[in-house]
Design a protein around this ligand. Sequence first.
Ligand code: NAD
Length: 293
Amino acid sequence: MTNSIKLIGVVGAGQMGLGIAQVFATSGFEVLLNDNNKIALSNSSEVIKANLKKAINKGRLHENDGISSVKKIKSEFDISQLGKCDLIIEAATEDEKVKHGIFKDLIPHLQPHTILTSNTSSISITRLAARTDRPEKFMGCHFMKPAPVMQLVELVRGIATNEETANCLKDLVKKIGKISTNSEDFPAFIVNRILMPMINEGIYALYEGVGTVESIDNSMRLGANHPMGPLELADFIGLDTCLAIMNTLHDGLADTKYRPCPLLVKYVEANWLGRKNKIGFYNYKGEKPVPTR
Ligand code: NAD
């Protein structure tokens, strides 16, 4: 069945959607990339070109493959055009209403064989699937950031996902040179069930004055050998996404140990979302990141 997948639709041209589009294009697939924000969509080709250039300079990609990959990605503002795709990966904002709306808009245009997936970090796959016309052909396909670099894709079956769809996604992950793990469909799956409470605790340590931004990040980088400290990692992921994941854990598991830190809430209320808008726990507007507290 994987062989019948030729055209990939990606909804959301943000940090993840661009990376996922790049992964499929460099693996030889044609990609239609959609976003409801015209500016994000029109900037997408420049961002992907810059990322491919970085990959070429680092020796991860041959120059000719970089040029042909750019040509394989077409921007499409009209979501109905993604109905031509064999597989669609929804990678829009981590907000359940937004995701339901996207699938609602897509459904009238889909071919019967089209597989739907979501790159959600935390939202129930069963719930997303249940609101579509094809819960058996729906699956969670959770890429890590940055998608072109990170090896893992977490695959999540909803309660109705059939064997054929699960096998197809497993083979596809292999085909794009990545490794899949399976997670049951519970809030935030495996990676973020473990990672996000650690990040949230790092933010609590800042909130309670246990340490400064720099001491918290240096402690975890140098003391636990993490490649990034929890606060710089939160900025890298996006503070709105971190908050959405904590809320899903808190609501879905009804345990106070998952309560989002009020300081995280405050940063999101200020629209300080991290690297994507150049300010979060660090300010990225100058030459070097500067802590904001
Ligand atoms: P982002 O904020 O960088 O991008 C989201 C994009 O979705 C924006 O360009 C926005 O315009 C677009 N969008 C919003 N509503 C839309 C709609 N109705 N139709 C089309 N496009 C729409 O967010 P991101 O970091 O790329 O995250 C996207 C998804 O990937 C989320 O579900 C998130 O949980 C998941 N994810 C994020 C990370 C991470 O580290 N950031 C890692 C893995 C998975």
